[in-house]
Design a binder for this molecule. Structure first.
Ligand code: FAD
Length: 477
């Protein structure tokens, strides 16, 4: 008699032993998602506490204040003392762990209940998140810096050797450890390796130059003439901060052009609120006599130039050729900003996209990686992923998007087809970014443009705030 036919049993989920590099927001949520999927996790954190960028320190890099040498001793965080978030807390938190004032993170006697809180409140939220999801001792190894990550040379790409050192005693060979993991999730953050403005005379200019990575407080600039290059969020914040104490602040911004698209002799604009801030087009040249000449012909003799020109990606622990390269702030080749096709899913990257809602995206990318590692979610073949990668790079080039914007979600939105975070959510078969959150993100961006100095304290999206709180309440039911 024939055996009764049986439905094929579902594949047994693979449980892997994963290393996460970094315990900032990306590493913490990656650890949570990996554990939820049943994987075992070790988080390596070179600092003495969790929180990444949100751990403020008054220390800065005084020896190489432009951060030109990538092998210099690095102070990880670029946080400045006065920083308040540039997004409202409702949209900024992880999707299932709301960042609300006084609870679900952010409570306590010294809580900062503002809608755009200071950096300490974000750190408190991350610490509560880690506590809530058991990402602490036994999982996070503090003061362990990963110095090398390489595939175990059995050709399978299925296991990875992770070499770590004691961050406080890097040279001590007896403290160096080599361990083998099934997978490595890279969450090392991308705000520590400065990008520098290059203009004629930049290298030989005799005055002091620093990058905003090394800015902490305005006091050192008291009564000085300061040139700031760049007017993105950090440049805008710093100009106002410094204007409170400096004699003059001159901001060089790419967004200033004259009506004929000709920067020459265009009069500088005085800042509408701060009479000692001038906004100019970009620096045309810096001269040996200490002067700096802007595209509008204005010449000043600054005490200091501060480059607020953003950051580039840096993975000093990936030394083996053929995994990824970084060229002009573009990490290649990566399938959907996460997996290098030839090595997927053994090594993955969380948090490369920017100019978007970061914490929710870290969460979605982490769910995707965790599901792929267990076999619950499939990836296309290496060849198909590589084709997708190449198509994406060709599309960027054809659209005239500069290479450095490869991971800039605003610049590439139209090329990604679907919204990128929706695409990742669809892979995970989970809900994507909620519509109220998306609406609030757009509303807060417009508000910041309309009220650049006061957007953190004045807004018109109270209806969306109510929707957000209704949504947060529904999560508790
Ligand atoms: P990070 O927070 O940088 O954490 C990376 C961690 O990896 C660090 O703890 C670091 O010590 C560790 N690490 C690095 N290399 C190693 C290694 N080799 N071995 C072991 N550990 C390692 N985002 C917002 O959403 N809202 C804001 O208002 C906002 N404001 C910002 C203001 C400033 C000044 C800056 C610089 C950034 C701001 N951001 C903001 C972006 C911010 O970077 C992200 O919110 C977030 O911190 C990125 O998380 P991450 O985990 O990827 O990186």
């Amino acid at each position: 008699m024939a055996e009764p036919s049986q439905a094929p049993s579902p594949p047994i989920p693979r449980r892997v032993n994963a290393a996460v590099i970094g315990a900032g927001p990306a590493g913490l949520v990656a650890a949570r998602e990996l554990r939820r999927e049943g994987h075992s996790v070790t988080v390596f954190e070179k600092g003495s506490q969790i929180g990444g960028t949100w751990v403020y320190t008054p220390e800065f890099e005084s020896v190489d204040p432009l951060g030109i040498d990538p092998t210099r001793p690095v102070v990880h965080s670029s946080m400045y003392e006065s920083l308040r978030t540039n997004l409202p807390r409702e949209v900024m938190g992880f999707m299932d762990y709301p960042f609300v004032a006084g609870g679900g993170g952010g409570g306590g006697v010294d809580a900062d209940g503002r809608r755009f809180p200071g950096h300490r409140e974000v750190l408190r939220y991350l610490e509560e998140f880690a506590r809530e999801f058991g990402i602490g001792e036994g999982i996070v190894r503090l003061e362990r810096e990963v110095v090398n990550v390489a595939p175990v040379e059995d050709g399978s790409g299925r296991s990875w050797k992770v070499t770590s050192v004691n961050s406080n005693n890097k040279e001590a060979e007896e403290e160096m450890e080599e361990e083998v993991f099934d997978a490595v999730v890279v969450c090392n953050g991308h705000h520590s390796q400065p990008r520098i403005a290059d203009f004629p005379g930049f290298k030989s200019w005799p005055g002091k130059q620093i990058h905003s990575h090394n800015y902490r407080t305005p006091q050192p600039f008291k009564d000085q003439v300061v040139v700031l290059i760049g007017h993105a969020p950090s440049g805008a914040d710093l100009s106002i901060n410094i204007a409170g104490v400096a004699k003059e602040v001159h901001v060089a911004s790419t967004t200033v052009v004259d009506p004929n698209n000709n920067n020459i002799n265009y009069p500088s604009q005085i800042h509408p609120t701060f009479p000692n801030i001038w906004i100019h087009p970009m620096v045309e040249k810096a001269c040996g006599d200490g002067s700096v000449v802007f595209g509008d012909g204005v010449t000043v003799f600054p005490d200091i130039i501060i480059h607020c020109t953003g950051y580039t990606f840096h993975f000093p622990f990936i030394t083996r050729e053929g995994i990824v390269t970084v060229e002009d702030s573009s990490v290649r080749p990566l399938y959907k900003h996460v997996f290098p096709p030839a090595w997927a899913p053994g090594i993955s990257f969380v948090g490369l996209p920017h100019r978007t809602l970061l914490f929710p995206l870290f969460e979605l990318q982490s769910k995707w990686i965790s599901g792929v590692l267990s076999g619950r979610i499939s990836l296309p073949s290496d060849e198909e992923m590589m084709r997708d990668v190449n198509d994406f790079y060709s599309a960027i080039q054809a659209a005239g998007v500069p290479t450095r914007h490869t991971h800039n979600m605003l610049a590439t939105a139209a090329l990604e087809g679907d919204d990128y975070s929706d695409w990742v959510a669809a892979q995970c078969q989970c809900l994507g970014v909620e519509s109220w959150r998306r609406g609030m993100y757009l509303a807060s961006r417009s508000n910041a443009q309309a009220r650049p100095e006061t957007f953190r304290d004045e807004w018109e999206d109270d209806e969306l705030v109510l929707q957000a709180h209704r949504y947060f309440a529904s999560l508790k039911q």
